[in-house]
Design a protein around this ligand. Structure first.
Ligand code: SAM
Length: 210
């Protein structure tokens, strides 16, 4: 794990800022390493940290569904398909999954490994879901990729990438992400279904208690 003394603007004090993955002792680093990354997108050089291409900003628009929280915004125009930054956090197995975490992403199902950015992470933990934010849909996505840790040694990671152009040259994806735009992905229906079920359950429990 690499901690940085430099932190992005608006970084929360209670969260540790990381510039590489932090592994729980139960995770064998070898499960992430590979001499040949196969068909994964390759990131050969370490991106700048803090990120030069993003800004963490408070959401001040009351119509934004994450009003009062933070979001991640592009500081410059980002071209379709390009790599923006890694999703960093604590690498753990399902034995230590926090079911209440809003920051947990699966890294490797075969090895049962996920990344939780609740207590430590980088700017990517501030990426919101597009629902209620961007009518056209997401403008970025999480992709499996491989980072070159040293010559010939690759580490499996999750990267945030601008969506590819798509078929229509005039469609919303054709220009990538404009400077100042919020970077949004799709968390997937599973993320929201799990939360709706939980909030419905707690509403029922509360109603029964009253
Ligand atoms: C990974 S965090 C995203 C960053 C978060 N906004 C923050 O400031 O820490 C996921 C949480 O952000 C909020 N969020 C993200 N996208 C949202 C959306 N489209 N609608 C409502 N809440 C959203 C929800 O509270 C969700 O559990």
């Amino acid at each position: 794990m690499t901690k940085s003394s430099l932190k992005p603007k608006n970084w929360p004090q209670e969260v540790q800022y990381l510039t590489s993955l932090s592994l729980m002792p139960s995770v064998d680093p070898a499960t992430l390493r590979s001499p040949s990354p196969g068909t994964l997108p390759l990131i050969a050089s370490r991106p700048a940290a803090p990120s030069l291409w993003t800004n963490i900003l408070p959401i001040t628009n009351p119509t934004h569904p994450a009003f009062g929280q933070n979001g991640l915004f592009a500081t410059r125009s980002l071209s379709p398909g390009s790599f923006i930054l890694f999703y960093l956090g604590l690498v753990h197995t399902s034995a230590t999954t926090d079911p209440a975490s809003d920051y947990d992403l699966s890294l490797d199902r075969e090895h049962d490994i996920s990344i939780d950015a609740t207590r430590c992470g980088n700017e990517a933990r501030f990426i919101n879901d597009y629902r209620g934010v961007r009518l056209e849909g997401p403008n970025a996505e999480f992709r499996d990729c491989a980072f070159q840790v040293s010559a010939g040694v690759w580490e499996k990671r999750i990267g945030v990438f601008v969506l590819d152009k798509g078929k229509s040259l005039k469609g919303p994806r054709a220009k990538g992400i404009a400077k100042g735009q919020e970077i949004v992905v799709s968390y997937g229906k599973g993320f929201w279904n799990a939360r709706h079920v939980t909030s419905e359950l707690s509403a029922t429990v509360e109603a029964n208690l009253n």
